[in-house]
Write a protein of this length. Sequence first.
Lengths: 200, 276
Amino acid sequence: MESFLDCRGLACPAPVLQTKNVIDREHPDLVEVKVDNEAAGENVSRFLNSQGFHVTVVKQGSELRITGRKEGNAASESASAAPEKSLGHKKIMVMIAADRVGRGDDELGLKLMASFLKTLKEMGPELWRLVLLNNGVKLAVESSEFVASLLELKDQGVGIFVCGTCLNHFGLMDRKRVGETTNMLDIVTSMQVADQVINI
Amino acid sequence: MDDPYWFGQIAAANAMSDVYAMGGIPKTAMNLVGFPSKEMDISVLRRIIEGGLDKMREAGVVLVGGHTIDDPELKYGLSVTGFVHPDRVLVKRSLRPGDRLILTKPLGTGIIATAIKGSLASIDIEERVTRMMATLNRDAAEVMGFFPVHACTDITGFGFLGHLAEMVASSGWGVRIDSARLPILPETAGYANMGLIPAGAYRNRDYRKNMIDFAPSVERVLQDILFDPQTSGGLLISVDGGRADEMLNALVEKGVANASIVGEVVTEPKERIMVY
């Protein structure tokens, strides 16, 4: 099913809203939107992306034609699995479900977490993904001392995933500073794909 | 803003903000109204003016008159006059190196307003944003009087970075902003990711991007939030660095709960903003 929209002459947020209406009503596999300004182009592209479409933009003079193609059968809202590191290695996934390591002494637990995150890179290319759950999501938010270590791992190609349900529960959704927001389906699938799953 | 009463409240709070930002106290105001009397029921105008009047009363401002004209587009604003001590007038440009910057209200009102327009925002966030925009900057301004504040501006249509850039461009100094410490309304990033960004944000970015450096860790969504045009935003205060923590405590104690120290004034690079 293909949908076409002409949003030329419309001011933001009308193009995004019209695009949303068309998607809600017609459930297209392909949607094409014409706009006449960069702001609308950017907004519509982002919107389609957030709804699981693969987006391409073609500029024709002062007009922009944004085309969104549905990827396969996206069952959930995330079209994630961004290419991380090259395959051919063993894939190690580390699940961190707390903001410190171990029980007994909280301060020691924090020191251990700091040390753990810094030393994780020794796993080299086999370290595939880090998934943060429950209190673990707090490692990735703005006030956390661990954001720098996580960013370093991300720069090395490690996939950093932060549980969306947990972020919402703590009210931290827009204080996340590193990593992609993920859901349980992605997490369970990752566990299946990984060669080794480590729980912290 | 659908509810006429809140429309009036927010317009009034917005108008008085400029006087607070100068370190002054608003005292009198005049209404400026454009109203499509043939298309809209007069009760709408009555509610707007009630909203504005209640806000003026709250601020201790006396309404001394106004002008109302017929206008196909609804408009409501105030012309505000206030008093300020001539030795303590605060302007935008007098930043000093070593100063730290405090922002008193969270960012995101433009993006959230766009989401509200598209009926995509939760009732909770709509209420929260409405109350935030209707909040006077009076408490923050009162606290300013007790601290060595060197410069101040209020954050409105040019967005956080737009108004900061005005302070920087005229001061000759530079500024570093710690993006992790910026107060941002909940759900803002989510809506921004969906493309619910007002056109003004793009204009704000284009106008000032040449004087701003973003660290690679500052995601595009966060950059958009920093250019998001605000309605009735908070005060951006440049205060002597050594007293900033004390001032922050005083603000929070006075009820300015979202106040946060967001950056500092530096000597190099001059007239540039570094966001990390």
